[in-house]
Design a protein around this ligand. Sequence first.
Ligand SMILES: *Cc1c(COP(=O)(O)O)cnc(C)c1O
Length: 398
Amino acid sequence: MISLIFSKSFTQQEPLPQEAIDNAVTVLQGGRLHRYNVIPGETSQAALLEQEFADYQGTRYCLACTSGGYALHIALRCLGLEPGEPVLTNAFTLAPVPGAIHNAGGRPVLVETRADLKIDLDDLKNKAGRTSARFLMLSHMRGHIADMDAVVDLCSEYDINLVEDCAHTMGASWKNVKSGNFGKIACFSSQTYKHLNSGEGGFLTTNDPQIMARAIIHSGSYMLFENHIARPAREIFESVKLSTPNYSGRMDNLRASILRPQLKDLDTNCERWNQRYQVLANKLDNIKCISLPERSRDEHYVGSSIQFSINLDSPDKIPEFIDTCLKRGVEIKWFGASEPKGFTSRFDSWRYFENDYELPNTMQILSNLCDMRVPLTFSKADCALIGDIIEQVIGEVS
Ligand SMILES: *Cc1c(COP(=O)(O)O)cnc(C)c1O
């Protein structure tokens, strides 16, 4: 039997829309790249983007900043995290999440993962009680959205401030409420591999005027906060402006100018991701040894990546499966590797904070969890071919 081969790159994004390129050229020609470098009567690209993203999310306020990780960091600062305080978060998340907690002076407390890749609410409750943590940084990791009614109830029962990490759920929703509208603050990323692409970039959204005033000052507004439009009234800044440090992390006009046209295409692109995801999911679901995490009917996810667990007769065969797929052009990440590789880091490689908890369930789940990007440069036929290659390789190694 001939081996099927795939030849496209798993990290190739689509070109930016022409309107984004034209906007960027206009900003470059004007030379006013700094968000506060405006001429009289002008509203900066960054300020316009914030208003448009707030409108998209249906929130009152939005700050655009340098990265998703930066937004997560200042989110905790805005909520008054004290040095050394515990912050509950998913054990199954990406390195910038515990990194943001550490950067804000907090101590990550990792919570177990369920087989459907969502946060384990029993363990969350347990650790909320044990640590009296005032914060939960909930990572909707790889777009898997937990039962948000239960999360919100638990947070109110234990007086926990909820920060949502929506790096993988921009455009997604739970029971028709947009992901990011369940907690005090939501953070998003516009880094190249997320749902909008400005290379680097992030957003922080909230409905709380005090929080947004602090976030704007933290981001380095040099008291030019009146240039923002998705912001609270000027008076709100009076009470916070001298007690809030500048942690410079502003969005610039060049990136804002290329994000604004992309935002208009976001929902269409989410649909396009889901069409590709569905082709892959249908294929993979029919392969014995492979199982896909369960999805709730209430979850309207964005399939910009796909996860599956693989159960070969011996776990030693997983590296062989991964290697063979790679030789055929199919790039799969595996969370079970002993050393962190590329973007796929695992909680036991975060050694800079004390983690007193055993996480046997997460360890078990990650040991056979595979992860694959689904870039929009893949056609549905490409996705079908990838599914066939995976099936073929499984047949060979098992
Ligand atoms: C990418 C990512 C972030 C942080 O985004 P950056 O913009 O790269 O800082 C946070 N959480 C998760 C789960 C991510 O994948």
